[in-house]
Design a protein around this ligand. Structure first.
Ligand SMILES: C[S@@+](CC[C@H](N)C(=O)[O-])C[C@H]1O[C@@H](n2cnc3c(N)ncnc32)[C@H](O)[C@@H]1O
Length: 237
């Protein structure tokens, strides 16, 4: 799609998102999806901007000085047991997915927010990073994806990072995070998704939680604790 002009691209995504191209009254829409020659981004009515660009480091996409296989997320996903193929059920801004790819995992990701999917799809097509070219992105609800694709794709471990309902609002959240949260809302069905994931023939299912949050479901085999987050590992097989 990179070679198509901006108008064609706008028509494509407008049809996907079921919204008009260049509406007469922009105030009728809470989110505005901008398509320019070399970038796509979303603005809300307060002009807060959300853009996904893996080649810029505005969302920490290129982590320097990481500890490779000793990173907590890699250990939780079973890197020492040979786990390499990961299914990410909650791509979001793809910060975790991109990091896992950078660590050498082969990642397949699922995202259900249509706007997020559009931003992600464009970002994966545009990136110059070779290691992201093999990333497989699906637009779907993970619960349906898990039901439909069971036994059809080869996966070693599943990763899930649903939105956690934060009661405390941080004083000055990054503008990207405000737009992101407003776009995706709460993931109230997270426990159902996890239940389904636990029926897959994989070595592990890993759920990311805030450090002191309750478990999404009982049965955590091991919790890998960092300074602010925790990776709860469920062992399936
Ligand atoms: C907390 S964010 C994930 C952030 C992500 N780990 C990152 O590093 O950017 C949760 C994301 O998962 C998506 N999500 C949650 N439940 C989902 C489901 N059942 N199916 C598909 N996407 C889901 C939400 O739309 C949201 O974009």
């Amino acid at each position: 799609m990179a070679s198509e002009n901006a108008l064609e691209k706008a028509q494509y995504w407008a049809s996907f998102l079921n919204c008009p191209v260049n509406p007469a009254n922009k105030d009728d829409f809470f989110f505005h999806f901008f398509i320019e020659a070399d970038r796509v981004y979303v603005r809300d009515q307060e002009r807060r901007l959300l853009e996904i660009d893996f080649d810029k480091n505005h969302l920490d996409y290129e982590r320097k000085g990481h500890r490779g296989k000793n990173e907590l997320i890699a250990k939780a996903l079973g890197v020492a047991k040979g786990c390499r193929k990961i299914l990410d059920l909650s791509v979001g801004l793809a910060v975790d997915s991109v990091f896992l790819t950078q660590l050498g995992f082969q990642v397949t990701g699922v995202e259900r927010s249509p706007v997020l999917y559009a931003l992600l799809k464009e970002a994966f097509e545009k990136t110059q990073k070779e290691y992201l070219k093999s990333y497989e992105l699906f637009y779907s609800d993970s619960l349906n994806f898990l039901k439909e694709k069971k036994g059809q794709i080869e996966i070693d471990s599943i990763y899930f990072d649903p939105m956690y309902p934060h009661k405390k609002k941080s004083a000055l959240p990054k503008q990207e995070m405000v737009v992101f949260r407003d776009l995706v809302g709460h993931d109230d069905d997270a426990a159902d998704v996890l239940k389904e994931a636990l029926t897959w023939p994989v070595q592990r299912v890993v759920v990311k939680r805030p450090l002191h949050a309750e478990e999404l479901l009982p049965g955590v085999r091991h919790a890998y604790e960092g300074k602010v987050v925790r990776y709860d590992t469920y062992v399936v097989g």
